[in-house]
Write a protein that binds this ligand. Structure first.
Ligand code: AMP
Ligand code: GLY
Length: 427
């Protein structure tokens, strides 16, 4: 089978790498891909957000399945256009992708389906938004309704800061994305991500993971796209996963179906597990997490292709069980360019890939923001590599991932040194 993967980050490299090991897969095309993906796929330089370009490519290549990695093309309706052209696609329609592309939409859906989440209000008027803050005490949580590249959430420590943020956001801080705001209750607890695959009727659980959003050790400094991840997440044990399926995932899938916008593809549920052990939704995403995908793909020994095809075609998913052999643990340490998530220089040379991958069994270095120049790999983004290790326990996976990080020769790069601290000793 021929597969087309849309995207070119660490998440898409992990998907291409895992699919390349399937005996059913004969060729993989990636657009735009990256130099790491080029080892297992043919890369075509078409941007993920170039919807017409992607559609033309799919019509030319006629793959058996298109997998859309990032949220932007889904929110722009790429999956709908592919389906109209009779090309099977793993990823939700534009309408269903609103679970991620509109925070207000997702909150209203949760409320309608009794899915536990933070109390909230939706606002386009600054005075009404400020008055609503009376309902809560600090810290205040303000969210731009639309997609803002992971930067649209403000946690304000004081009322004054919150009011300033209301004015800034409604004043166009995130462009159209913050023309509407969601203000919500601050939830205490431990965050975890849970991933399921669905054909719109049935949901199959994959695995849980935990990300590290802050740039610095000890969860300090500004938020990033994610500086590292591990799976499994000890807090998402079997019993908790069952609760999340019953209380959150299944009502969400049913709610979307009942509204006439069945959700298909992967659903990423961002959870807050409260001090009493009750899970609540922080957010939904309509795609795999990055770097969570890297650890889930590393752990997945069974075939992922039949599941993805079943989600894309609506055929047979009910017969697919949870993918087998998920018992090992994986850790991904993200290496980023010095300066990220602020401004940074591009073009520094990275070496040591072979040494890193040879440092222990089960190590793979996923590319995220790299390019090739004169036969060398150079950094061309903020998050650049995802050094990933699979081992029998999370603790061993952490050790092996850091051993591999030490082999990467890249003076202009940095990484957190405490990825997996919550799980150390717990698994
Ligand atoms: P989101 O983009 O909705 O995932 O928000 C980004 C981050 O902000 C989350 O990963 C949480 O750490 C934090 N966050 C969002 N909403 C809340 C909330 N209601 N209570 C506490 N923290 C939150
Ligand atoms: N790692 C967080 C995300 O993909 O949204």
């Amino acid at each position: 089978m021929k597969i087309l993967i849309v995207g070119g980050g660490g998440r898409e490299h992990a998907l291409a790498w895992r699919l390349s090991q399937s005996p059913k897969v004969t060729s993989i095309v990636c657009a735009p891909g990256n130099p790491g993906m080029a080892n297992v796929a043919r890369c075509i330089p078409i941007k993920a957000e170039d919807i017409e370009g992607q559609l033309r490519l799919a019509k030319d290549e006629r793959p058996h399945l298109v997998i859309v990695g990032p949220e932007a093309p889904l929110a722009m309706g790429l999956a709908d256009k592919l389906r109209l052209a009779d090309i099977p696609v793993f990823g939700p329609s534009q309408a269903a992708a609103q679970l991620e592309s509109s925070k207000g939409f997702s909150k209203d859906l949760m409320k309608a389906c009794n899915v536990p989440t933070a109390e909230y209000g939706r606002f386009t008027n600054a005075d009404e938004a400020k008055a609503f803050l009376d309902k809560f005490s600090a810290p205040y949580v303000l969210k731009a309704d639309g997609l803002a590249a992971g930067k649209g959430v403000v946690i304000a420590e004081t009322r004054e800061e919150a009011e300033t943020s209301v004015d800034e956001m409604l004043g166009g801080q995130f462009g159209d994305a913050s023309a509407e705001l969601v203000i919500e209750e601050f939830m205490q607890g431990e965050e975890a991500s849970f991933f399921v695959m669905t054909d719109g009727n049935t949901a199959v659980p994959l695995a849980g993971a935990q990300d590290h959003k802050r740039v610095g050790d000890g969860d300090t400094g500004p938020n990033t796209g994610g500086m590292g991840a591990y799976s499994p997440a000890p807090i998402l044990d079997e019993a908790m996963q069952e609760r999340v399926m019953d209380e959150i995932v299944n009502p969400t899938i049913k709610g979307m179906r009942d509204m006439g916008m069945p959700y298909t593809g992967v659903l990423y549920v961002g959870l807050m597990i409260g001090p009493e052990g009750n899970p609540r939704v922080v957010e939904y995403n309509c795609r795999f997490g990055d770097p969570e995908c890297q650890v889930i793909m590393a752990r997945m020994k069974g075939e992922i292709l039949p599941l993805m095809l079943a989600c894309a075609t609506g055929f047979d998913l009910a017969d697919c069980k949870r993918p087998e052999r998920f018992e090992d643990a994986a850790v991904c340490v993200v290496m980023a360019t010095e300066g990220y998530p602020g401004s940074y220089e591009k073009g520094s040379v990275i070496k040591g890939f072979k040494e890193a991958e040879a440092s222990s069994d089960g190590v793979v270095v996923f590319h995220a923001g790299t390019s090739e120049k004169n036969g060398e790999i150079i950094a061309s983004g903020g998050r650049v590599l995802g050094v990933t290790a699979l081992a029998d326990t999370v603790t061993h996976a952490i050790d092996n991932a850091y051993k591999a990080v030490n082999e990467i020769d890249w003076p202009e790069g940095f990484n957190r040194t405490d990825i997996g601290w919550r799980a150390k000793g717990r698994g």
